[in-house]
Write a protein that binds this ligand. Structure first.
Ligand code: NAX
Ligand code: ATP
Ligand code: MG
Length: 373
């Protein structure tokens, strides 16, 4: 009876999380088990323990570093966004400025020459490198000269690489073949230096066509939206997205890519590294304006760096650090923070809520969850 009572209260708690269809199916299974004649407490406890909703707020509190006067500039994170071209200047800006607003010390953007003055004009806080080249600007060049341009681009990024705690590759990158070839080399450099990276937007277009770029790199995080996820599933698993078995399919996908972490964005965000699957279903906003995924990718980069710092910190810190890997923790914290900020922005701006309104609420969201003092 006691077991029955606690299960019922757990079901109540689950229902308040605006559950995903998989959580709903699990609840239905629990109710069926409870009310049916074959009531089996052990089976029930097993089902409850596989419930995957993460406690995003508590994880965020644990991994966010304190504002210690002894710390110097750079220790709270140095992030670089690789993205920004003629068409898209908003996406890299959103990712890079979100990283700063959350608490990173330095945020760089590596973009094309056309995009750089525009991105700089949005904010003096960002360090903008106009180094990427698109095919149109080298169309008259010989093959040898093109190779020289590529080497120059790679060299410009490489001299900074060791200083970064995490890269965000792809927001507003575009799909120019020459540019994407350079970016694949940048990914190889990051792997060589053991720098974690978050792949989003057009970076996912690149990775979907060349999965080996990220395969088995444990410090890679992919953050696909609905279209990007569909293409990834088709390419890697050779099938269609299966909403009925969303968690298992995500786990298989991450496993098939050698244990990279995947954050599948949607009504609930689902996160897996091929072993565990976690969900974040905190209520966000019904507005689906473009740019919210860019906030998320910039945020994942910061939280991943913090979670990693905590893991590799002094023994006392290590003991208090959660057992999950830093990439999973970073995804959970970022998803929780963004969803809360989106809810705050929507409460203020309703139908006119824009991505910049959500960015303005990141600080309030963070303060609600993990006050500065
Ligand atoms: N303000 C901005 O600058 C923003 C820029 N964004 C950037 O926009 C780019 C595209 O992101 P989306 O989320 O729209 O990407 P999606 O993949 O969701 O959609 C892109 C569009 O391209 C089409 N498409 C799909 N496959 C294609 C292919 N193989 N070749 C050509 N087109 C294809 C889709 O039908 C869709 O209309 C990314 O770089 C993203 O970061 C977005 O982040 C939104 C905000
Ligand atoms: N149906 C939904 N309900 C609630 N939240 C959602 C929904 N879809 C997406 N989100 C949230 O919005 C955020 C951005 O996801 P989205 O799918 O819009 O990314 P995106 O398409 O890559 O965005 P961008 O326009 O920046 O490229 C994620 O944190 C996700 O949790
Ligand atoms: Mg996106």
């Amino acid at each position: 009876m006691l077991v029955k009572h606690s299960v019922i209260s757990n079901i109540g708690r689950l229902s308040s999380l605006s559950p995903s269809s998989s959580v709903l199916r699990r609840q239905q299974f629990l109710v069926r088990t409870l009310c049916g004649s074959r009531f089996n407490p052990l089976k029930l406890i097993r089902a409850m323990s596989s419930t995957s909703e993460a406690d995003a707020e508590s994880i965020l509190r644990t991994i966010t570093p304190s504002l210690d006067p002894k710390r110097h500039k750079g220790q709270a994170g140095k992030i670089a966004v690789i993205g920004g071209c003629r068409e898209y200047t908003g996406a890299p800006y959103f990712a890079a400025i979100s990283a700063l607003k959350i608490g990173a010390d330095l945020s760089h953007v590596f973009c094309t020459k056309d995009a750089a003055p525009v991105i700089k004009s949005y904010s003096p806080e960002l360090i903008v490198h106009p180094v990427l080249e698109e095919s149109y600007s080298i169309s008259e060049f010989s093959e040898e000269d093109k190779r020289k341009v590529q080497d120059k681009v790679i060299g410009e990024v490489d001299k900074w690489m060791e200083r970064f705690d995490c890269l965000v590759i792809g927001p507003g990158l575009g799909r120019d073949p020459f540019l994407l070839e350079c970016v694949s080399k940048i990914m190889l450099l990051a792997k060589k230096s053991n720098v974690p990276f978050v792949v989003d937007g057009d970076g996912l277009f690149l990775v979907t066509n060349s999965v080996d770029l990220v395969k088995s790199y444990p410090l890679a995080v992919l953050t696909p939206n609905v279209n990007e996820y569909k293409r990834l599933v088709q390419k890697v698993l050779n099938c269609e997205v299966d909403e009925q078995n969303a968690e298992d399919q995500l786990r298989s996908l991450a496993k098939q890519i050698g244990g990279v972490t995947i954050l599948r964005k949607g009504k609930s965000d689902l996160i897996s590294n091929g072993e565990t699957v976690k969900s974040v279903s905190i209520y966000g906003s019904p507005r689906r304006c473009g740019g919210q995924g860019d906030i998320l990718s910039g945020s994942v980069a910061v939280f991943l760096s913090w979670a990693q710092q905590l893991k590799s910190g002094p023994e006392s810190q290590k003991n208090s650090s959660p057992s999950e890997n830093p990439a999973i923790l970073g995804c959970i914290a970022a998803s929780g923070l963004l969803r809360k900020a989106a809810a705050l922005a929507f409460a203020k701006h309703k139908r006119s809520t824009l991505t910049s309104d959500i960015i303005e609420c990141l600080g309030e969201s963070l303060e609600d969850i993990s006050p500065a003092s």
